[in-house]
Design a binder for this molecule. Structure first.
Ligand SMILES: NC(=O)c1ccc[n+]([C@@H]2O[C@H](COP(=O)([O-])OP(=O)(O)OC[C@H]3O[C@@H](n4cnc5c(N)ncnc54)[C@H](OP(=O)(O)O)[C@@H]3O)[C@@H](O)[C@H]2O)c1
Length: 317
């Protein structure tokens, strides 16, 4: 019999990449979107889980966004991520679901922690203020998983901590997008408008780690298959980072933009460096396979496909 999995956030970037993974057919996957099941409604979540009784839950729903979105709405980022996590985890426990995989974020690490971040460094220092609300919610939910497993080891509630993610189904609008998607959109537009220069927020030397969403889906499939051996908290990273300037350069090469770049140092750039340790993941037997340039090329193909569909409504997704 197929393992029955409830995937929250199935319409999001991580969820969609998992749903189109070549191995996903081995499982029975329930993936209600927010209209079918609003995770902010505790009664609805409780009723759903009592009825469906999945073998495993992958909690990939959340309120997610880049620096601008986080700065603008910290209350929403804190409350929604906290409430969704609490509702899903509390109801899972009441319904007797024994395995749950929660998605955290590398924002959970202290701003001044030495890199690479090891899982034990969570709560060892002050958080980055630009996304503190989001990070606090993620920390509380990861701790909740840990406490539940500690109180009753029959309940294996674990957390993955991905670094930044980019790829197919990313959001490219500048208000809520993350770095790679935002840069692809910006440079594509610059090329189309024959702009001679593109602005970069901050001085461009801050370093960021971005993993391809297809690789995160790979890690989730392996987590389903090897759930028992999965550590309580485990980073999901690609093992290397690049400067913000380098992301702009690689995207420009992929797109074929030949203009210049200039920096606006009055704009916030966030943490200087964010790189997660991949030691635990490697010991567990997994590593990301997609090279940055290849991932960016695939993401740009997806971006162009989406734009063409908007231009031609007869085209299908
Ligand atoms: N993207 C990244 O760079 C990144 C990095 C590290 C960790 N993560 C974590 O990975 C997880 C997935 O991120 P993502 O990038 O896939 O996010 P995303 O593309 O923004 O998708 C968010 C998902 O959450 C769902 N959702 C939001 N509010 C909901 C509600 N009230 N009820 C039910 N569903 C709700 C959305 O469903 P609807 O479409 O129906 O609203 C959507 O499916 C999140 O926990 C995030 O914190 C992401």
């Amino acid at each position: 019999m197929k393992k029955r999995i409830l995937l929250t956030g199935g319409s999001g970037m991580v969820g969609r990449n998992l749903l189109e993974h070549p191995e996903i057919g081995r499982f029975e996957v329930l993936s209600p979107d927010s209209r079918e099941l609003d995770l902010l409604d505790p009664n609805a979540v409780e009723a759903y889980l009592r009825l469906q009784k999945p073998d495993l839950i992958i909690h990939a729903a959340g309120r997610v966004g880049g620096i601008q979105a986080n700065l603008k709405a910290p209350v929403r980022f804190l409350m929604e991520n906290l409430d969704m996590g609490r509702n899903v985890i509390g109801a899972a426990r009441s319904a007797g679901v024994k395995q749950l995989l929660n998605l955290g974020s590398s924002c959970m690490y202290p701003r001044n922690a030495p890199t690479p971040f090891h899982e034990e460094m969570v709560l060892q220092g002050e958080l980055e203020p630009t996304n503190e609300g989001y990070a606090l919610a993620k920390i509380v939910i990861a701790r909740l998983c840990k406490y539940i497993s500690r109180e009753d080891p029959a309940y294996q509630y674990k957390s993955l901590i991905p670094c930044n993610i980019y790829g197919r189904y990313d959001r490219f609008d500048s208000a809520s997008s993350h770095l790679v998607a935002a840069v692809i959109h910006k440079i594509h537009e610059a090329k189309m408008s024959s702009l001679t220069s593109v602005e970069i927020w901050g001085d461009g030397v801050a370093r960021r780690e971005f993993i391809y969403a297809g690789d995160v889906a790979d890690c989730l499939i392996r987590s389903i298959d090897h759930f028992g051996a999965l550590p309580q908290m485990m980073n999901v990273g690609c093992g290397g980072d690049s400067t913000i300037d380098e992301y702009y350069q690689i995207v420009a090469e992929v797109i074929g933009y030949r203009g210049a770049f200039h920096h606006d140092v009055t704009k916030p750039a966030g943490m200087m460096r964010k790189l997660v340790s991949t030691q635990k993941a490697q010991a567990w037997g997994w590593r990301a396979e997609t090279a940055l340039r290849d991932g960016i090329a695939k993401t740009y193909d997806y971006y162009l496909q989406m734009r063409n569909q908007k231009a031609d409504p007869r085209a299908t997704r």
